[in-house]
Design a protein around this ligand. Structure first.
Ligand code: SUG
Length: 433
C-alpha cells in the first residue's frame, strides 16, 4: 500500500559545550560508572558531526538538531536570584548537584526528543511529532520546553504536520527511544511498536496517549512491556536492547516481558503486510548476554537503508571486538537479512554517558512536499557548508576538557551563549531564551 514517496530524514543531536559526566542517570550503567571524570565537549561534538558525515556519505538525508543553552538558568532561578552570573556562582557554591543537572548536555540524545508518525500512517493524513516530557529525570525534564520550540520552529511551514507539546507530567514519556516503526519500506504503512516499563521511564498510558494523538489505527499499534529484569540490568530504553529499520527487527531474546510478545509482534506485522515478511534477528543470551549488550551497546546501532536497497549497520566501536563483533559479523554475512555492511564509529564521549549511535538520532519520514518545505525554511540539513560552519563554532567555543567542578565558570556560560547566537543565525532558527 504505497502512497506518497517518503524520505527518512535522520536528525542528529549536537552536544553542547557543557557536556560532562555528572552521573545523573542512576539507571544508566555507563553514566554512573563515569561520574566525575573529565569530558571533552569539543571531542563529543566533533564525534557527533562525524556521525552526520557518515550518514551523508552513505547516501542518506541527515539533519542537525541544535543543543540547548546550559546551564539552564531558569531552573537555578527557582532557588537563587540576581543576574545570571550571580545565580550560577551561588548554585556552584551552595547547590553543585543542581548546577550539574542544569548543565547537562543531555538534549544531544534526540531519540528522546519526540515520537514520530509519518503522514502515511495516520488517519488524518498528517505527520505527527510528539515532544517527549522526559519526566523521570530532572536534568532531562528541563529539555522538553526548548525541544518543543525547536521542533515547532523547524516544522513551522511544513504542510500537514503537527508538533505536539509534551504530555502531562504523570504520563512518563521518553520519545522514540521506546518506539519502533516496522514497514516494508519507509513509504509503506507502518506498524508502531510502543515499548513501556512502569519500573523504568515510560508508562503504558503515555504510549497510548501518543498513539491516540497520532491518529494511528488500532491495527497499526502494538504495546509491549519491557522485561522488568533487563530494566534493572541497565536497559533503561528499548533502543538499548532492540533496533529496527523498515522490515528488519534486531532484538535480544530477553527484550520483552512476555514470551509470546515476539510472536504477537510478528503476527501484527503479518496482518498488516501479509505479502512482505518481517525479518527478525533474535540474539540469544548465549550469543550475547544482556550485560554484554549493555556494555557494548550493540543494539544501539543505527540500521539504515542505503540508496541501492541494502542496509548498513552503524555500530559503536565498543561493539567492535569479542562476542559483539562476532554477532555483527554473523548478521552481515547472513544472506537471509539485507544488512551487508557494518560501520563502526567512535562516539566514545557520548557513549561514556550511555548514548550510542541510535540515541543520537531522531528519524522523521517525510513526503516530498514536507521535505522541501523544511529545506526552504531552515538550514538544518547536514551538507558540507553547515557541517563546516558548525565545526568552526565548535573549535571556537567548546572547551577541550571539562570536569563537573568547572560548571560554575561564568566564561563557560557566556561562551555557550555566544555560540548559540551564532548557531541560530547559521541554522536560521529562533534563539530560545
Ligand atoms: O537519559 N544519559 C542519557 C542517555 C540517553 C540515551 N538515550 C537513548 N537510549 N535513547 C540518559 O540516561 C547522563 C548524563 C549525566 O549523567 O551527566 C544521561 O542523561
Amino acid at each position: 500500500m504505497v502512497s506518497d514517496h517518503m524520505q527518512e530524514v535522520i536528525f542528529i543531536g549536537l552536544p553542547g559545550p557543557t557536556h560532562h559526566y555528572g552521573g545523573l542517570s542512576l539507571d544508566n550503567v555507563a553514566a554512573t560508572a563515569n561520574r566525575g571524570s573529565r569530558s571533552s565537549p569539543r571531542q563529543a561534538a566533533l564525534q557527533v558531526l562525524e556521525l552526520a558525515r557518515l550518514l551523508v556519505s552513505l547516501g542518506l538525508e541527515a539533519a542537525i538538531l541544535p543543543p540547548q543553552l546550559r546551564p539552564q538558568v531558569g531552573l537555578l532561578r527557582q532557588h537563587f536570584s540576581g543576574d545570571d552570573d550571580k545565580v550560577i556562582a551561588q548554585a556552584a557554591r551552595l547547590a553543585p548537584e543542581l548546577l550539574e543537572k542544569a548543565s547537562s548536555a543531555s538534549a544531544m540524545w534526540v531519540a528522546n526528543a519526540a515520537t514520530v508518525a509519518p503522514a502515511v500512517d495516520c488517519t488524518d493524513g498528517k505527520l505527527h511529532i510528539s515532544t517527549a516530557n522526559l519526566f523521570t529525570h530532572l536534568h532531562r525534564r528541563i529539555e522538553a520546553g526548548d525541544t518543543y520550540h525547536a521542533l515547532q520552529a523547524i516544522f513551522k511551514g511544513t504542510p500537514q504536520c503537527e508538533v505536539h507539546p509534551p504530555l502531562f507530567s504523570n504520563l512518563h514519556d521518553e520519545g522514540a527511544a521506546n518506539h519502533m516503526r516496522l514497514s516494508p519500506s519507509h513509504s509503506d504503512v507502518g506498524l508502531h511498536i510502543f515499548v513501556y516499563g512502569e519500573e523504568g521511564r515510560q508508562t503504558l498510558a503515555a504510549s497510548q496517549a501518543i498513539a491516540a494523538q497520532h491518529h494511528l489505527p488500532e491495527r497499526q499499534t502494538l504495546f509491549l512491556r519491557q522485561n522488568p529484569d533487563i530494566i534493572r540490568a541497565g536497559v533503561f530504553h528499548n533502543d538499548v536492547i532492540a533496533v529496527s529499520n523498515e522490515q528488519v527487527l534486531l532484538a535480544h531474546e530477553k527484550a520483552y516481558a512476555d514470551k509470546e510478545d515476539m510472536a504477537r509482534l510478528v503476527e501484527a506485522y503479518r496482518a498488516l503486510h501479509p505479502d512482505v515478511p518481517l525479518t527478525t534477528i533474535i540474539i540469544t543470551e548465549a550469543e550475547l548476554s544482556v550485560e554484554e549488550a549493555v556494555g557494548t551497546y550493540l543494539f544501539n546501532s543505527q540500521i539504515v537503508t542505503k540508496p541501492e536497497g541494502a542496509m548498513a549497520m552503524i555500530a559503536p566501536i565498543e561493539a567492535g571486538s569479542g562476542k559483539a563483533a562476532a554477532v555483527l559479523e554473523r548478521i552481515r554475512t547472513d544472506m537471509s537479512n539485507p544488512i551487508d555492511e557494518i560501520v563502526y564509529i567512535d562516539l566514545r564521549q557520548s557513549m561514556r554517558n550511555g548514548g550510542g549511535p541510535a540515541c543520537l538520532r531522531l528519524r522523521v519520514p517525510m513526503n516530498v512536499a514536507q521535505l522541501s518545505a523544511v529545506k526552504n525554511s531552515v538550514n538544518v540539513f547536514a551538507d558540507d557548508a553547515l557541517l563546516a560552519a558548525i565545526t568552526k563554532l565548535i573549535e571556537t567555543y567548546y572547551p577541550q576538557e571539562l570536569s563537573p567542578q568547572d560548571l560554575g565558570d561564568p566564561v563557560l556560560y557566556h561562551q555557550g551563549k555566544a555560540m548559540m547566537v551564532e548557531l541560530s543565525e547559521v541554522m536560521r532558527l529562533p534563539l530560545l531564551p
